[in-house]
Design a protein around this ligand. Structure first.
Ligand SMILES: Cc1cc2nc3c(=O)[nH]c(=O)nc-3n(C[C@H](O)[C@H](O)[C@H](O)COP(=O)(O)OP(=O)(O)OC[C@H]3O[C@@H](n4cnc5c(N)ncnc54)[C@H](O)[C@@H]3O)c2cc1C
Length: 520
């Protein structure tokens, strides 16, 4: 019988098979040659005091043979029932996982997506990065796979639903993700691998008879009484539906307009706004790994920072070690930044959103009333950032030390953001409510991580789309909108998710809710 063992070991031991075998044999109380086979079940890098790998291992001793490890495979599907399809608006993680789960239930489904399929989308992103030209229908937020496709692909979630989280990770592995994501405490895919996974998911959906229609921006819900009959697209074509899943993501601001026209309830929710901070990766490695930086082939170091300033959270968000800052606006006269990285995480930069949590009352006090006040605030800040950058997606930036001191930067250090950065007073462009808290937060972060508040770090603006400022109201039990009983608000744009995995989980939950109605 194999035994499971928790072990904390230095990198030189964790990364060397023979040394690890020795450490295991000491822990088990046998000789190194008695350890026949090791399997890593969980791996976490802990750099809090000295660098250690926390491993959970399964150990087989001499004479014991491990059963072959079976990897997850794409799901199989029952025969699809007859009837109008469930129309899923949006092919992001929420929409794709809803479609997969509906197919598993044998419920017919169709995905309508305003953007393009991943390869065509890749070309539009190249133009965006090189020329600063934004295609409002094909960008970092819109297109096959949603905002997650060209993201960092971090797959951490605060969700406690471990079983379903494992199911999401298994599904990604079945479609081409590295099986290690099932082992790593902080799994990550990388934006060079995500497009292939998204294509494979589409192929699986096609086998189940689920089509994904591209270039189909939905502009209206076709409503009769308290039920939806279908959706209308921008070109007038109508698609009949037995139910509609609204999984349109946090950047589809037009969706809130047609949701309101269809009588769905909207409410303002808390969200966060701030800047992206970028350091040379070597500085973060030195801070986190100390003398071990460069001694072992350790992954690019990460950090996670949080504090409270005047009753509002200030925190780092979506940290991308070895990554790039990317232009993630969906509008032509706006600048929004976010971060991504490749699987290798080998760019010389480390970036992270540093944002201030805003309550609906804060947004109102800043002069933006109503359920979509947060969207109006985001738009105002994004437009200001575009003006400060001077167009072509050039982003306003300031040295972190100048931002904190409240002075302009005469010059800027190197930055990964391809359309380019230009010195600007970001501390003045942001409302004082946000800028003052960011300043105090960044000062504290400099004490928490010695060297974080270096002159070499930049703040780049603006990071406004960290989450949705609006919730489309739904019933907690049926997951449907009370005003339209077969419309299912879903994922991040509807206010029920905040990342790839949580959006996928919400898609699964909504699909299960719809299948229950079909079963009845
Ligand atoms: C650059 C970047 C990096 C990120 N990094 C990470 C990360 O590392 N880890 C993480 O967990 N999260 C990350 N995120 C956030 C993550 O991508 C989102 O939380 C997640 O994609 C939300 O999933 P969703 O399905 O709810 O919405 P989305 O992924 O936004 O998908 C919505 C889809 O709906 C489509 N759509 C919108 N309106 C319409 C319409 N009217 N008609 C038809 N289709 C429509 C859009 O084109 C889009 O494809 C990142 C986001 C960005 C932009």
């Amino acid at each position: 019988m194999p035994r499971d063992l928790d072990l904390a070991v230095r990198p030189d031991v964790a990364l060397d098979e023979a040394a690890l075998r020795h450490a295991v044999s000491r822990a088990v109380g046998c000789g190194p040659d008695d350890v026949a086979h090791l399997r890593v079940l969980r791996r976490a890098l802990d750099a809090r005091r000295s660098v250690r790998f926390q491993l959970r291992l399964r150990v087989w001793l001499r004479g014991e043979t491990p059963a072959a490890e079976s990897l997850p495979t794409p799901p199989t599907f029952p025969t699809t029932r007859t009837g109008r399809p469930v129309v899923i608006v949006g092919g992001g993680p929420a929409g794709l996982f809803a479609a997969l789960r509906l197919a598993e239930h044998g419920v017919p489904a169709l995905v309508v997506e305003r953007g393009k399929e991943v390869q065509a989308r890749r070309r539009d992103l190249a133009v965006l990065n090189r020329q600063g030209t934004v295609d409002p229908e094909s960008n970092y937020c819109f297109g096959e796979g949603g905002a997650g496709t060209y993201s960092d692909g971090k797959l951490y979630t605060r969700s406690q639903k471990r079983g379903p989280v494992a199911a999401v990770l298994d599904c990604l592995v079945a479609h081409g993700a590295d099986p290690d994501i099932r082992v790593e405490a902080r799994p990550h895919v990388g934006s060079n691998r995500l497009p292939k996974i998204v294509t494979a998911l589409r192929e699986t959906l096609a086998r189940a008879g689920v089509e994904v229609v591209f270039g189909a921006r939905v502009t209206e819900l076709v409503v009769a009484g308290d039920r939806v009959e279908g959706v209308r697209c921008f070109d007038g074509r109508e698609v009949a539906a037995s139910a509609v899943v609204l999984a349109s993501g946090h950047s589809a601001r037009d969706v809130y307009g047609f949701a309101t026209r269809a009588g769905l309830g909207l409410e303002a929710k808390a969200f966060a706004v701030g800047v992206r901070v970028e350091h040379p990766q070597a500085i973060i490695d030195r801070i986190q790994y100390g003398a071990d930086a460069g001694r072992f082939p350790l992954p690019a170091a990460t950090y996670r920072l949080a504090t409270t300033v005047d009753e509002r959270g200030v925190f780092s968000f979506c940290m991308c070690p070895g990554g790039w800052i990317v232009p993630t606006t969906t509008e032509t006269e706006a600048v929004v930044v976010n971060g991504m990285s490749l699987a290798r995480r080998d760019s010389p930069f480390a970036n992270s959103g540093v944002v201030v949590g805003l309550e609906p009352a804060d947004v109102l006090a800043l002069g933006f009333p109503g359920p979509t006040g947060g969207v109006a605030l985001q738009s105002m800040l994004e437009r200001r950032a575009w003006e400060s950058g001077g167009g072509a997606q050039v982003a306003p930036a300031q040295r972190l030390t100048d931002f904190v001191a409240g002075r302009s930067s005469g010059d800027l250090s190197d930055c990964s953001y391809r359309p380019g950065v230009r010195p600007a007073r970001l501390d003045e462009a942001l409302p004082a409510f946000i800028a003052e808290r960011l300043r105090a937060g960044l000062r504290r972060f400099g004490r928490q991580l010695r060297g974080f508040d270096t002159r070499e770090a930049l703040v780049v603006g603006v990071e406004t789309r960290s989450s949705s400022p609006v919730r489309i109201v739904r019933d907690g039990g049926t997951l449907a909108a009370p005003a339209c009983r077969n419309v299912y608000p879903c994922g991040e744009g509807a206010g029920y998710a905040g990342g790839i995995v949580s959006a996928a989980l919400d898609g699964l939950a909504v699909a299960d809710a719809i299948a229950r109605v079909w079963d009845e």
